[in-house]
Design a protein around this ligand. Structure first.
Ligand code: FEO
Ligand code: CA
Ligand code: CA
Ligand code: CA
Length: 692
């Protein structure tokens, strides 16, 4: 989410810290920037890709990769209401919010007066994670599965409709529910343009209102998953808050339910919040002002259905090629504010999925399946995400304070694991189903490391090195918030999260021991600490960032993150776009490309794209030939309380801040009276591999 910063709310009072996050540490870190990005210590990280790959080869038979090229000229930061791509690149806008999904879809109305019935047949809002599934391996025809994360009521409803007031009714709730979830869209390149194949059997709106799903894994059928409407605890309607994504080795899509707690509240007085609700941020008052679903849909009223919210906040598996299939909520992968899901294989072919919980001071997880992947057995593979072990990460500081590196451990969240108070988790949770519904409590109990809002995770395609974006953190917490830490001003800081207030974010990476994704321990360092060396010039100021940050690639709040097949790391931002103060030189949200191995081990980072006003850039996927990259423009025009905000409200003039994609030179037909989230496909004029 965005400048509204819904995620930036602390609900973790577990008092978990890295062991040596002690008073005075930040002082001790001054001076680390001389070394920066771990140059002095990082033979094991990116700097020696070929050595590393050779190591990997001995254990996992992966080929030693060549260093990828990065041939484009960086684009400059800017504040325009348009997409900017490098010289020699072109782009087109497809699949805007409200565009048709079917041959009989009603034409989108520019004033947002389309009703719920219309929205059911139109593309949803606020595009996020996505994946291109080729049809017969094609790079010109495929099915895109794409998250439609949330709605912004300023633009999503007509000017005279207020969520908490005038003209609000059940049909607006239903429209909101139908605009969120996952769109499955068959697209084809006709030699000139990418177009939706409107009569395709694959097109589907999987949304929060209409789509029946099945719960699988250890929490399926659990008492905590049962509702009045579903005494079986296995049948759920809908998915929403769909943030990042993953995809499996057997061609299914993984959509990740993130800020699901925003959708629940209560109209009743005096409803008590329980410990679990408090830990996840579920309110017993009105839900988020963007939604208010409980006003017309009682299952979102926690007084009526106290367990309904347990049924959201999972990863959901979707078969994009079977429009009749029921999406499956995968409880073995844990219950939290899921950002994305990065799948890889362990040395013994068990499936490993890395995941972040995106909220202030939450944790990083990995799931390791019980069963092994078998490329020839698609049906058996579908069971792999039903049973396995969920682990949570503990990042331990290095031997030297402030070196921004260290070792780490994966702690199993199972009933036999002994927590930090010496008791087995089995004394806290009566079975694995309960533990999984209460994943955050289990992770607290074993002393997981709170992180600066874990967003996307990606795995290097050849070496298996894992990267995570930690987007930002307005405050690592005071002693009062984090209880009993005896006068430590910012008890949460540690080498992986080294700034007490972190407006810029960082990317942390790790290598599993023995290059085996299922290993119980790892070594990590900070690949880039975003910052602003132009503003923070004092020597050793952590706010300047690491030395691979410079005037030509300034960015903040890294969020989307993905490796391409050659080892280029694509970084997308969802942060401050004021271009002023701490953010001078940043400009609009953007996408950058890094090759961690280049630049004497420092990791070169180059700006590839700048988005339009008020948007974030998120979601990334390629055609199999890597000649087209698809990315999403989410919430163009959203300004909230931003310093660049127009003087008028969106109700007075919805186009005051952004008209995108209307007027952008690649969208000549115009889009009407609202800025609209959309997918952008980018290619090289000479037909080469994007980014190369
Ligand atoms: Fe939906 Fe964490 O971003
Ligand atoms: Ca974000
Ligand atoms: Ca956002
Ligand atoms: Ca995100």
């Amino acid at each position: 989410m965005s400048n509204l910063d819904r995620d930036d709310i602390p609900s973790n009072n577990s008092n978990n810290e890295s062991f040596d996050a002690l008073l005075g540490k930040q002082q001790a870190r001054r001076g680390f920037l001389k070394a920066s990005a771990g140059v002095s210590t990082m033979a094991f990280f990116g700097a020696s890709l070929s050595t590393k790959a050779a190591t990997a080869q001995t254990t996992t038979s992966k080929a030693a990769p060549a260093l990828p090229s990065m041939g484009f000229k960086a684009v400059e930061a800017s504040l325009g209401d348009k997409i900017v791509v490098p010289e020699g690149y072109r782009y087109a806008v497809i699949n805007r919010w409200g565009d048709p999904l079917f041959t009989d879809s009603p034409k989108w109305k520019g004033d947002a007066s389309d009703d719920a019935a219309a929205q059911a047949k139109q593309i949803g809002d606020n595009h996020d994670g996505m994946h291109y599934f080729p049809i017969n391996g094609s790079s010109t025809e495929g099915v895109i599965a794409r998250n439609q994360e949330y709605i912004n009521p300023d633009f999503f409803f007509p000017a005279n409709v207020r969520v908490a007031g005038d003209n609000w009714n059940g049909d607006w709730v239903k429209k909101s529910q139908r605009a969120q979830g996952v769109s499955v869209v068959h697209i084809r390149y006709d030699g000139q343009n990418w177009k939706t194949v409107l009569d395709s059997k694959y097109n589907r709106s999987i949304n929060a209102h209409d789509t029946e799903m099945v719960v699988v894994g250890p929490a399926a059928g659990h008492e905590l998953m049962k509702t009045n409407a579903d005494p079986s605890g296995t049948k759920v309607f809908g998915t929403f808050g769909n943030c990042g994504n993953g995809y499996t080795l057997w061609d299914t899509y993984l959509t990740c339910e993130e800020n699901v707690t925003d959708y629940f509240g209560s109209l009743q007085e005096g409803v008590e919040s329980n410990t679990l609700m408090a830990r996840y941020g579920v309110t017993t008052k009105e839900s988020d002002e963007s939604y208010r679903w409980e006003t017309h849909d009682k299952r979102f009223d926690v007084a009526n259905e106290p367990n309904e919210w347990h049924r959201h906040g999972w990863i959901v598996e979707i078969d994009p090629f079977d429009p009749e299939s029921k999406p499956r909520k995968l409880t073995a992968l844990g219950h939290f504010k899921h950002e994305n899901a990065a799948m890889t294989l362990a040395a013994d072919k068990r499936v490993v999925v890395y995941m972040g919980d995106d909220q202030r001071s939450e944790y990083i997880y990995k799931f390791v399946s019980d069963g092994k992947f078998d490329a020839s057995n698609k049906e058996a593979n579908r069971k792999l995400l039903e049973n396995g072990t969920l682990y949570v990460a503990q990042f331990l500081d290095g031997s030297q304070q402030g070196d921004l590196q260290g070792k780490g451990k994966w702690i199993a969240l199972t009933l036999d694991t002994v927590g930090k108070n010496g008791k087995k988790l089995g004394e806290l949770f009566k079975d694995q189903g309960e533990l999984l519904v209460k994943t955050r409590l289990a992770a607290d109990a074993v002393g997981a490391t709170p992180m600066d809002r874990p967003e996307w995770i990606t795995v290097h395609p050849q070496t298996g090195e894992v990267y995570v974006t930690l987007t930002n953190n307005s405050d690592r917490g005071t002693d009062k918030e984090r209880k009993g830490t005896g006068g430590v001003k910012h008890p949460g800081i540690d080498d992986a999260n080294p700034r007490a207030k972190n407006p810029y974010g960082q990317i942390v990476r790790w290598n599993e021991n023995s290059a085996d994704a299922a290993a119980p321990e790892f070594e990590w360092n900070v690949f880039v600490l975003a910052g602003n060396p132009e503003v923070h010039k004092e020597p050793g100021n952590l706010m300047a960032g690491t030395s691979n940050v410079n005037a030509n690639n300034l960015f903040n709040s890294p969020d989307g993150l993905a490796y391409d097949k050659d080892g280029r790391l694509w970084i997308q931002t969802d942060g401050n776009y004021s271009d002023a103060g701490n953010f001078a030189g940043n400009g609009n949200n953007q996408m950058l490309v890094a090759i961690p191995e280049t630049g004497a081990g420092k990791g070169e980072i180059r700006r590839f794209l700048v988005g339009p006003s008020g948007c974030e850039i998120t979601g990334i996927t390629w055609t199999p030939d890597y000649k087209n990259v698809f990315v999403n423009v989410q919430h163009p025009g959203e300004y909230g309380k931003h310093p660049n905000a127009p003087k008028v409200t969106p109700q007075e003039d919805a186009l005051a801040f952004s008209k995108w994609p209307m007027g952008d030179n690649e969208d000549k037909e115009g889009s009407g009276g609202r800025p609209r989230a959309a997918t952008v496909v980018i290619w090289r004029e000479d037909g080469g591999i994007v980014g190369a």
